[in-house]
Design a protein around this ligand. Structure first.
Ligand SMILES: O=C(O)C(=O)C[C@]1(C(=O)O)C=C[C@@H](O)C=C1
Length: 383
């Protein structure tokens, strides 16, 4: 085959890909119109029966065109996920018009290329309005900016599949005057980044935020005697690696590229599936439609007596509320006293949630709702 034939074929592929994009955009617009019917008729966004029927029809038709079921399923699952998430975002916008201003000032940890920045882009890509990014150097600074009104939203990492819960953020939530209004998970691909031409054997110092160090602990242990220096953000770790000879930083390949660092080694995390979950906080709570999957996060201090935690949890069982997270943290200044963080798979507006929270008061020293927000899960809900 000649180079001209190859170029002609590539030209045809380019045209088909452009046509596909035009059709995807058209599909999205139609999906937006469907949501109007769902709002007016109080129907759940997700319709699994419709999706199932659609997939079956597409798989059968695809087979007749020589395409395999696995491929078709993968492509259309992605399209349907996008459709559902966009419909959910539209519904939320309708319900909270005052929170959907033209611009959102968003405070997050680190600067260009930080994992928080990538999560911020992911979260706000489905929400209307321009994002003004405010990179911060600590979690306190993030909540401080939201509390003082300098930022509309703050993004805080709360847990990671390799290193577990981020205690500092849980502790901050005990006192910060903010509400959780959203969540977003983001896959984190840790790489060892160094100046171009640096070999692994030449590196004698590694800079990173404590979280990447914890998430890549096995790789770090395997390196033996290399010095480690913790930094308050991945952004600062990258800058230190640029300024210090024979050093490296842990961060994403994109973040490294932004500052002129190259990937020496990728896939450093202890677990190959390394994801972080972030919460989005704002000054005021948002209302969440019952037509979409929702979480409610609460914080409670149980009484100092035998069985009080079990009694508190039984209340959720009686009201058939599913708990998706339970975390305990010490109360500062009160040794051996614990406060519990609980995530409920439920909407704060549901009567059974209101009743459960009322009953909870009898079994706890205090209870506070941290927020009710759209869950990232795509599960169907019944209304
Ligand atoms: O048919 C609908 O009800 C839609 O909202 C459209 C659509 C789709 O994108 O095809 C989106 C979400 C539903 O779960 C099912 C299908």
């Amino acid at each position: 085959m000649s180079i001209d034939t190859l170029n002609a074929l590539r030209h045809d592929i380019n045209e088909i890909d452009s046509d596909l994009l035009v059709l995807l955009a058209k599909r999205r617009r139609i999906s937006h119109s469907v949501v109007e019917y769902k709002i007016a008729n109080n129907k759940p966004i997700r319709d699994e029966a419709r999706e199932q029927a659609l997939l079956e029809k597409l798989i059968n038709y695809g087979k007749s065109l020589g395409l395999d079921a696995y491929y078709i399923n993968n492509v259309f699952q992605t399209i349907l996920e996008d459709s559902v998430l966009n419909q959910q975002a539209m519904l939320q916008k309708n319900l909270n018009p005052e929170a959907m201003s033209e611009t959102h000032r968003v405070a997050y940890l680190g600067g260009q290329g930080s994992y928080s920045q990538l999560a911020c882009h992911k979260y706000f890509s489905r929400r209307p309005g321009k994002v003004i990014e405010m990179g911060c150097s600590s979690f306190e600074q993030i909540t401080g900016k939201v509390e003082s009104g300098q930022a509309d939203f703050g993004l805080l990492p709360i847990e990671n599949t390799s290193s577990g819960s981020i205690n500092e953020v849980f502790d901050l939530l005990q006192h910060a005057q903010v509400s959780i209004v959203g969540e977003v998970t983001h896959s984190v691909e840790h790489c060892l980044l160094a100046m171009p031409g640096t070999e692994l054997s030449h590196i004698n110092k590694i800079f990173a935020h404590p979280q990447p160090f914890a998430q890549c602990s096995r790789f770090i242990q395997g390196l033996g005697d290399i010095q480690h220096e913790t930094c308050d953000s991945t952004f600062h770790a990258l800058q230190s690696a640029v300024e210090t000879s024979n050093s490296a930083a842990i961060g994403s390949a994109q973040a490294g590229k932004n500052v002129g660092l190259e990937v020496v080694k990728s896939g450093l995390a202890n677990q190959s599936e390394n994801h972080s979950r972030f919460i989005v906080v704002a000054r005021k709570p948002l209302q969440v439609s019952k037509q979409i999957p929702t979480k409610t996060s609460i914080i409670m201090a149980t009484k100092q007596q035998a069985g009080s935690l079990a009694d508190a949890l039984m209340i959720f069982k009686h009201h058939q509320i599913n708990l998706v997270k339970l975390e305990s943290r010490p109360v500062p200044g009160n040794p051996w006293e614990e406060v519990f963080y609980v995530d409920l798979e439920a909407n704060l507006d549901d009567l059974h949630v209101k009743q459960a929270l009322e009953e909870l008061k009898e079994h706890t020293q205090y209870t506070r709702v941290l927020g009710c927000y759209q869950s990232e899960s795509l599960q169907a809900v019944s209304v």
